[in-house]
Design a protein around this ligand. Structure first.
Ligand code: GLU
Length: 395
């Protein structure tokens, strides 16, 4: 999946009974770690002192063992790592990447009511406030560019930075917010893959920006797992549906049956079977990978003969030559890459879609897939040029 040692984590917040959706996510993590010889870390995200209770933590650990999602490392307790989170916040402030803010919620609401862009309006961004009682620390989100999440399930969702508010990383009482603690811990624990519920996807561009600001190096590969739904395809709700794993156990369901049930929601082994032995799951489970992000992890572009035949006709050599020349030195930015190819197409009397095809197949392997220019940004200039030249040589 990448070249790094595979390190996964399951990071529950002990705020109640153990949700079956969480149990499924834990199983996914366990299985991937086992399949790829990786390590599964258990991290208890217990920073919300008002909502956390030790018995919930114990309940989660017992339930994880019961369902067979045993961890290899930990448990680590996030509440014991506050010093590390605080250091990271200080560093961001010292580097000018975060700023103090004394706005109250009421003031922010009064200023932003009816505005098109939701969230904090950046009022304190350039006020130069220092630390002080009750002052929150906000991350200085870049106003330009985009942030792309590489997701094994979702592909490469891309977010515009200017739409991401200057979010709080440290509250007025000095405690780290979820997003900061979560990122600092993932960095410190050298997490390579984050498989978690899709409700966290909106947090991920923020996490990536923080990761970069803290100099964390290669960020994790993500996998945002769809939420569990009931037979009416409604999101499971605590009030309507039975969602606590513990209650199934206490009613006498067998762990094997429960695990089988959770694992066959949203995934099916090859062949038509409802009861799947654990060793078959371990061997055949795949994370619903759309097959569209493989181009990022392979040494060369994936080879799809049908796509090749379709794309590499007519003007393809001229397009590839021109793209190689244009992409050698231009800024490596999706909008610039797009403009470049538009101009190449226009010179040949081609619409963008037609001009894109040979470049897409040369770099990503297929005529269909994720947005081309964002993908090239992720692939990087070096690999893009190598693949364009290889394809040109092959025609
Ligand atoms: N503690 C978070 C939760 O329970 C999980 C965060 C994560 O997996 O990154 O929702």
């Amino acid at each position: 999946m990448t070249d790094r040692p595979l390190r996964l984590r399951f990071a529950p917040s002990p705020t109640g009974f153990f949700h079956v959706g969480g149990a499924r996510t834990a199983l996914y993590n366990r299985i991937l770690a086992t399949q790829h010889g990786g390590t599964l870390i258990l991290r208890i995200e217990d920073t919300d002192a008002e909502r956390n209770r030790p018995e919930w933590t114990q309940g989660i650990m017992d339930a994880l063992r019961w369902i067979g999602a045993e961890w290899d490392e930990g448990p680590y307790f996030q509440s014991e790592r506050a010093g590390l989170h605080h250091q990271a916040a200080e560093r961001l402030y010292a580097d000018g990447l975060a700023y103090y803010c004394d706005c109250t919620r009421e003031q922010i609401e009064a200023r932003t009511k009816g505005k098109a862009t939701p969230g904090y309006d950046g009022f304190c961004r350039d006020r130069g406030l220092g630390p002080g009682p009750g002052r929150a620390l906000r991350f200085r989100t870049p106003r330009e560019g985009t942030t792309t999440v590489v997701d094994l399930i979702r592909g490469t969702p891309t977010f515009e930075n200017r739409l991401i508010e200057d979010f709080v990383i440290q509250r007025g009482d000095g405690s780290a917010t979820f997003i900061l603690a979560n990122v600092v811990d993932d960095m410190d624990m050298k997490v390579s893959h984050v498989i978690r519920g899709e409700e966290h996807l909106p947090n991920t561009p923020k996490a990536l920006l923080l990761w970069e600001a803290l100099g964390g190096g290669e960020p994790p590969v993500w996998g945002h797992v769809p939420v569990l739904v009931n037979e009416k395809r409604q999101k499971l709700s605590k009030r309507r549906d039975k969602v606590a794993l513990e209650s199934y156990r206490d009613e006498g369901y067998l762990a094997d049956a429960m695990r089988n049930y959770l694992m066959t929601l949203g995934w099916a082994p090859p062949g038509d079977r409802e009861i799947v032995p654990w060793d078959v799951i371990l061997e055949t489970f795949r994370l619903e990978v759309p097959g569209y992000v493989d181009f990022l992890f392979l040494d060369e572009a994936p080879d799809d003969p049908a796509s090749w035949t379709k794309a590499m006709t007519g003007d393809a050599p001229a397009i590839l030559d021109a793209a190689i020349a244009a992409y050698e030195a231009c800024p490596w930015d999706a909008a610039v890459l797009k403009e470049g190819l538009e101009a190449i197409g226009a010179a040949l009397g081609l619409k963008l879609a037609k001009a894109q095809a040979p470049v897409r197949v040369a770099t990503m392997g297929r005529t269909v897939g994720l947005p081309l220019f964002e993908s090239l940004v992720l692939l990087g200039r070096g690999r893009t040029l190598t693949r364009l030249r290889t394809a040109r040589g092959r025609i």
